[in-house]
Ligand binder design. Structure first.
Ligand code: MG
Length: 380
């Protein structure tokens, strides 16, 4: 069974306020739509994602091997139809249709809806929550009556369909339907209701941004890692420190290039991942790592973090030595580490301290380094 997703992001979303439609506004430092896309990208069963955007906004989605961008139409139904038509050239068995403004939807929830379709007996499954509040009718701020809430549901997305069935239903109707379940039932398709989720919030009003922020923050897996390393001085004319060759009247001894700062940073990342240390991944007993450039280690740790779904939020390195002076090279070190890790320089700190001439660093027998990193990922 193949499954694809269709993300609807063509609306103008003016009720949420702000200069941009809500799906392009920032939430916890990222655009609303990026949270939504990441959740779908994290579901392995979904092989392709089609995003329908306003024709002027096509360039706002960065190229991605699993994402296709399609210009939308004047109504939501027209936009969905445009997306389904684009997918029809290589049709999946199933499609999940989702509103981009529901950015708190978690990957496990998406997989739950998909599984409900694949194991159920209907050609459509959609999540909904029974209405629990009393319902009133009103006019000019005065209650005019009540309505029975029995049998009423609040619809959510993603809504999952047999692709051919929902494509045919959209092609047969020229509707202004609010969602695709409305199109499906008009076409006579049975729609099973799956359990909705109160946290599967659709950003509609300005206040929803604060609620979505709280929900997303609760979904975060935040890790802190620390690293510590020491290398002894030996003969030489420079010290390799955080990727920069710093001229000095001595060098640093070590199996690799002895970049003590980069080793501490690398161990901090391994530590946050609970993946041991450099020695475990690059054993000193293995001759192939003799004289190795330490960026090989750091890059390995970064790639391991990324493979586990983590983003490195920031990195803070302290070098402990009397000499050489680090300050004049700190900016070059930030840039070198940024090049190796892909982390922006504003999230990399390199600073230094002396140890007041105390201890081995004070006696200038070697250099010590400590590092802290934070890793962040959204829980499944
Ligand atoms: Mg070391």
């Amino acid at each position: 069974m193949t499954c694809a997703a269709l993300i609807v992001a063509a609306g103008s979303g003016t009720r949420a306020g702000g200069a941009l439609p809500k799906q392009w506004q920032s939430l916890l430092g990222r655009r609303v739509i990026d949270w939504t896309l990441d959740a779908f990208l994290a579901v392995p069963e979904i092989t392709a994602i089609t995003v329908v955007v306003h024709p002027d906004a096509v360039a706002r989605i960065a190229p991605h091997p699993r994402i296709r961008v399609v210009p939308g139409g004047a109504t939501r139904a027209a936009s969905v139809r445009a997306g389904l038509d684009a997918m029809a050239a290589d049709p999946p068995d199933h499609v999940l249709i989702h509103d981009a403004a529901r950015c708190c939807t978690q990957p496990a929830y998406i997989a739950y809806i998909l599984n409900a379709l694949q194991t159920g007996e209907t050609m459509a499954v959609a999540p909904a929550l029974p209405v629990t509040d009393a319902l009133w009718t009103a006019e000019a701020g005065r209650v005019t009556g009540t309505r029975d809430r029995a049998g009423l549901y609040r619809a959510q997305t993603p809504q999952a369909f047999d692709f051919r069935a929902i494509l045919d239903a959209h092609r047969a109707q020229d509707s202004d339907a609010a969602d695709d379940v409305a199109v499906a039932i008009t076409a006579g398709i049975d729609v099973a209701i799956a359990d909705g989720d109160e946290d599967n919030l659709k950003i509609t009003h300005a206040a929803d941004f604060a609620r979505a922020t709280r929900i997303l923050e609760n979904q975060m897996d935040i890790r802190v890692g620390t690293g510590f390393d020491v290398h002894r001085f030996g003969p030489g004319t420079q010290c390799m420190l955080c990727g920069v060759a710093v001229p000095h009247d001595r060098g640093l001894d070590g199996h690799s290039d002895a970049d003590v700062g980069m080793h501490a940073a690398t161990d901090a990342i391994y530590g946050a991942l609970a993946e041991g240390d450099i020695g475990r991944h690059f054993p000193p007993s293995d001759p192939q790592w003799k004289g190795a450039a330490s960026h090989v280690f750091l890059r390995h740790a970064v790639e391991m973090a990324n493979a586990k779904g983590f983003t490195i939020n920031n990195m803070d390195i302290t070098l402990v030595c009397e000499r050489p002076k680090i300050g004049p090279h700190a900016e070059a070190m930030q840039h070198a580490l940024s090049q190796i890790t892909g982390i922006e320089t504003g999230r990399i700190s390199v600073k230094a301290t002396t140890s007041e001439r105390l201890g081995f660093t004070g006696r200038e027998e070697g250099i010590a380094a400590q590092a802290a990193v934070t890793l962040v990922k959204r829980c499944a």
